[in-house]
Design a protein around this ligand. Structure first.
Ligand SMILES: Cc1cc2nc3c(=O)[nH]c(=O)nc-3n(C[C@H](O)[C@H](O)[C@H](O)COP(=O)(O)OP(=O)(O)OC[C@H]3O[C@@H](n4cnc5c(N)ncnc54)[C@H](O)[C@@H]3O)c2cc1C
Length: 261
């Protein structure tokens, strides 16, 4: 399946909203999950492969020129207009997907499979906890938009620095804490520090923690160890890892997750 870039909107200095239309999107089947994602294929510079491509078209193509798979959340699917919206972190020239989004022009094509996904806010809890970074804003934004007017959510999002926040529309009562990653380091503490010093509302809650692996792990440990929260039903996903390409991250991800279980 593929779509063509319809338009691009700059949500913050490092977050680009890319809206796809046309292509084969008339066959797109939406998911009920609010963290639904596609597995998109990004072409390395100089690749002879053209979208749309079939597996047979990749025969004989050198490894370094083959499409690279990367997962991206569906921020919105407008079934009437057949518009598919994805919010990309533009994190520089390293990698394929972020660079593709930074350079995308109307008419550029993106091929993908999916969607898949598993989280949707529970209707049976008193409130919802959302924690993540820029890469999780699509899923957090989509989840907040799915909440009912009498729902309540507490949100912690870490972004680069002040000025990088985005609007997160919701009819629910939402308390949002924006945190700032003043510099890249391995402390993984900004989110935990903010969560630890925030009094949670009473009652039952569901949990959504997605984003950079070290930050996700630190939050997970805080919730389980410091707060004694039962994480068995929680949606916790280390989307990406600092200083690892997606290929490198996928190789070690299973072991990483097993080590924290
Ligand atoms: C289910 C799922 C849903 C996701 N949804 C989204 C989404 O909606 N939007 C989104 O932007 N990302 C999303 N991600 C994360 C995205 O797939 C990864 O960030 C991916 O590595 C980006 O690929 P790339 O080719 O740009 O960089 P890569 O080639 O994978 O990495 C190159 C370098 O950039 C670094 N890097 C990768 N991602 C980031 C980042 N976000 N910020 C800073 N540095 C980075 C890497 O550590 C590496 O050093 C999702 C991941 C999963 C598993």
């Amino acid at each position: 399946m593929y779509g063509e870039v319809h338009h691009i909107e700059k949500l913050s200095p490092d977050l680009l909203r890319v809206v796809l239309a046309g292509g084969t999107l008339d066959q797109f089947e939406d998911s009920t999950a609010t963290d639904a994602y596609i597995n998109a294929r990004f072409l390395p510079a100089g690749s002879p492969v053209k979208v749309p491509f079939a597996p047979a078209d990749l025969e004989g193509v050198a490894d370094e020129l083959r499409p690279r798979p990367r997962r991206f959340t569906i921020r919105d699917w407008d079934a009437d207009q057949q518009l598919l919206t994805i919010d990309f972190v533009a994190h520089g020239d390293a990698g394929y997907a972020g660079r593709w989004a930074s350079q995308a022009q109307p008419g550029d094509r993106l091929q993908f499979e999916g969607p898949s996904g598993s989280y949707r806010p529970s209707a049976d809890v008193d409130w919802h906890l959302y924690v993540g970074d820029e890469s999780a804003l699509g899923a957090i934004g989509s989840s907040l938009q799915a909440l009912a007017a009498d729902a309540r959510a507490v949100v912690f999002v870490i972004v680069e620095k002040p000025g990088y926040e985005i609007n997160l529309p919701s009819v629910a009562e939402v308390e949002t804490h924006w945190l700032y990653r003043e510099q890249w380091d391995d402390s993984d503490n900004e989110l935990v520090d903010a969560i630890a010093t925030t009094e949670f509302p009473g009652g039952t809650f569901d949990i959504f923690v997605h984003g950079e692996a070290g930050e996700v792990r630190a939050v997970r440990q805080h919730l389980a160890v410091d707060r004694g929260v039962d994480l068995s039903g929680a949606s916790i996903s280390p989307y990406w890892r600092r200083r690892h390409t997606d290929e490198q991250w996928r190789k070690v991800k299973r072991q990483w997750m097993a080590n924290q279980a």
